[in-house]
Design a protein around this ligand. Structure first.
Ligand code: ATP
Ligand code: MG
Length: 248
């Protein structure tokens, strides 16, 4: 374990649940709340956070420069202009060999400069991802209200428990009134029970969020998803913020 640091891994069983969107949203709100925040993107060959933050033309370095020994992790981080305190260490554009130990070394080398390090595990699950994720201080398991996604989140979470990693919280993403309360999913409790992980937040399906991340704009202040990210960030920091599900 990497002690005394807030290293948060965002992961899911199924792909496309919103991991990268959540990393960008939480990174943005944590930074806006004054926390020095770094997002490390592990989606090797398929980076996307540069676009979500609108900095794709400004990224000069990425993880491959660190893995190839060209520069330190701190030097390879890029500033994200939409929030002071927010930095991004992009995934390489090509598939670059990496070990879990190399990722821990990177976290160790930068952790004194950041209050939070958020790791976006990217698409696809393999033992390598498990090795990386289980070193985090907290695992955020992301599920949508979709039954396949719920089962995959449950399997994923069980595997972490079996490996001794009990520090997990659930984020239910893309929650939509039309899905909750009908025959697809009875209520949010059903999802929590099936996944078997304590809830930390619910993020509504929000078209304003989709547009903002697609255009690389800050999430607008009237976005319901922004309220959810803000609340989850405060809960991560130990504050009590009651769960209200706007738009859900
Ligand atoms: N709360 C939300 N409301 C509306 N759209 C969302 C929400 N969360 C994610 N999306 C959309 O869902 C799509 C997938 O999101 P994202 O790329 O973040 O998923 P991912 O889990 O990182 O995918 P991958 O497994 O490929 O890495 C994107 O188009 C994104 O805009
Ligand atoms: Mg992703």
């Amino acid at each position: 374990m990497l002690e005394n640091s807030k290293i948060i891994a965002v992961t899911s069983g199924k792909g496309g649940t919103g991991k990268s969107t959540i990393c960008s949203g939480l990174g943005y709100t944590l930074a806006k709340q004054g926390h020095r925040t770094l997002i490390i993107e592990l989606d090797f060959g398929l980076r996307c956070l540069d676009i979500m933050f609108g900095v794709q033309d400004k990224i000069e370095h990425d993880l491959s420069d660190v893995l190839n020994g060209k520069m330190s992790a701190l030097d390879a981080c890029s500033k994200v202009e939409m929030a002071s305190n927010l930095n991004l260490l992009c995934a390489p554009k090509t598939l670059t060999p990496v070990t879990a130990e190399q990722i821990f070394d990177i976290c160790r080398s930068v952790k004194k400069y950041y209050d939070y390090i958020i790791i976006d595990t990217g698409a696809g699950i393999n033992s390598h991802v498990f090795d990386i994720v289980e070193q985090a201080n907290l695992i955020l398991v992301v599920s949508t209200p979709d039954q396949v996604c719920i089962r995959d989140a449950s399997l994923m979470s069980d595997e972490f428990y079996n490996r001794g990693n009990k520090s997990q919280r659930l984020i239910i993403n893309k929650v939509n009134k039309k899905v909750i309360g009908n025959s697809l999913v009875k209520n949010l409790d059903e999802i929590i029970d099936k996944v078997g992980v304590q809830l930390i937040g619910v993020i509504p399906e929000d078209f304003k969020l989709t547009v903002a991340t697609a255009k690389g704009d800050p999430i607008p202040t009237d976005s319901e998803a922004l309220l959810a990210f803000d609340a989850i960030s405060k809960r991560l920091d130990g504050d009590f913020v009651p769960l209200t599900i706007k738009g859900a």
